[in-house]
Ligand binder design. Structure first.
Ligand code: AQP
Length: 439
């Protein structure tokens, strides 16, 4: 702060000198300084809590926070407080880590594909990024759903994130519908997204075909809600598999269109950051146990097509025993005629944490009959500590509620701010009453 004050004073001195010399640059410089200083002077009190910075507002204009810099793509460094109170004891902002946003739909019990393709990778990147992981329950209702199971599936998914190793002291865990800005921003983005952009979405076409006559507008609009999820947090990176890549591209297009349409004046801050894909590891796509060419999925009718993370050892053994195989001898990875062999080897490699070469050396010459029990044993051993931790988390209701409440609070902070920027940029008349102070 002292430093800023000195810089501002110096600018004013130079500007006054230039004004005395009759130079219009002096006026412009004074204007710039006033503009810059207003950004800092409306912030009166900084507090760090739950790894988030909060600013008590003294102005109703907008909450000046470190996030201002994030959306400010004009060479201003993106800053925020890092985990554990930022740069030591002061708790003042430092250069922020790249932010990641991701989620899983509570459309049923989470399976090995969700874990190996998504959650496990979130866990391993947990110390590298600033993470926001949500259970995307608003997405879950884009297909016909059973109200009786939605809330159970939602809380179970949240507990499963923690059981799989998401550490709430490092990553924010929350439920999408608890942060109302998601729906609100989705509506704003709906109004600027051309229909033909959505008509091109492959996932919509595939899912609509599966749903038959019962296709709701929500399914069509799914990618816009996903864009809102990502853009609200000014996410830098979004972990995506091949199937979600088109949706991320659409998110970037929507962000660019919005910025071009509403933030095109010189010097005006862009509302949204264009996110990039965080490439998911090769081999992380887990295929159905009944068909090595289609992905393992929660909504597939046949429960024997997937291994649910909560399946008992007996169920896992039986599913692997009955999974589809082929008539070839031995096991191999790269034969295009053997998608099932590739899939099961991928799973074995992932749950044993070995290299391809090690796996091939161990099991390459095995028959299916020898390999299947070995695979079942490895999957059971890998999932056993996760299932144990899951039961602990589910039994500790107070803990889980606190995790979700803290996650919501942290998410609200950023989401409301972005939503405010979006509404301002679109020309909404915002409430004039002073905003409630953040506790
Ligand atoms: N089979 C899979 N292999 C690798 N990754 C997968 N993911 C899902 N299935 C696999 C990844 O899990 C994350 C969350 O997915 P989701 O539940 O939000 O949606 P989804 O991709 O549509 O998953 P499902 O299981 O197929 O759900 P339903 O049946 O409801 O549509 C994503 O990162 C996804 O890539």
């Amino acid at each position: 702060m002292k430093f800023q004050f000195c810089v501002i004073s110096l600018h004013i001195t130079i500007a006054l000198a230039l004004m005395l010399l009759g130079d219009s640059l002096g006026y412009r410089l004074i204007k710039e300084v006033l503009k810059t200083s207003s950004r800092y002077t409306i912030t009166t009190q900084v507090e760090v809590r739950n790894n988030a910075v909060r600013y008590k507002r003294t102005s109703r204009l907008r909450q000046s926070s470190v996030e201002d810099a994030i959306a400010d793509d004009e060479g201003i460094p993106a800053i925020t407080v890092a985990e554990g109170g930022g740069n030591g004891s002061t708790g003042f902002p430092e250069v922020r880590r790249k932010r990641v946003l991701s989620g899983v739909q509570p459309t049923g019990s989470l399976h090995l594909g969700n874990y190996l393709g998504a959650i496990r990778q979130w866990v391993s990147n947990q110390d590298t990024y600033d993470n926001y992981f949500c259970v995307v329950d608003l997405h879950a209702i884009t297909a016909p759903h059973d109200p009786k199971s939605l809330s159970r599936d939602t809380i179970q998914a949240a507990a499963m994130y923690v059981a799989c190793g998401i550490d709430p002291s490092k990553s924010k865990v929350f439920i999408q519908s608890h942060v109302t800005a998601h729906s609100e921003l989705a509506w704003l983005l709906n109004c600027i997204t051309p229909i033909n952009w959505l008509e091109r979405m492959i996932q919509y076409k595939e899912k609509a075909l599966k749903q038959g006559d019962n296709v709701g507008v929500g399914l069509f609009d799914y990618p816009v809600l996903m864009a809102a999820d990502i853009l609200l947090y000014q996410a830098d990176l979004v972990p995506v598999g091949e199937d979600q890549r088109q949706h991320l591209e659409l998110t970037r297009d929507i962000a660019r269109r919005f910025n071009d349409q509403f933030c095109n004046k010189r010097g005006k801050r862009k509302t949204f950051k264009e996110p990039n894909a965080l490439i998911v590891k090769e081999g992380a796509r887990v295929m159905s146990l009944q068909d090595g060419t289609s992905k393992m999925s929660k909504s597939a009718e046949n429960d024997f097509s997937r291994i649910n993370l909560l399946d008992s050892p007996d169920v896992i053994s039986s599913k692997i025993k009955k999974c589809k195989t082929d008539l070839f001898k031995g096991l191999e990875w790269d034969n295009p005629d053997r998608p099932e062999a590739k899939n099961l080897l991928n799973i074995y490699q992932a749950v044993t944490n070995r290299s391809k070469e090690e796996v091939l050396r161990e099991v390459g010459s095995m028959s299916w009959g020898t390999f299947k029990p070995l695979l079942a044993e490895a999957v059971i051993a890998h999932l056993s500590p996760i299932q144990h931790r899951y039961r602990e988390v589910m039994q500790d209701e107070a803990y889980l509620s606190k995790v979700l409440a803290d996650g919501k609070e942290a998410a609200d902070l950023i989401a409301d701010q972005t939503l405010g920027w979006a509404k301002t940029a679109m020309g909404f008349y915002l409430p004039k009453a002073p905003l409630k102070l953040l506790k």
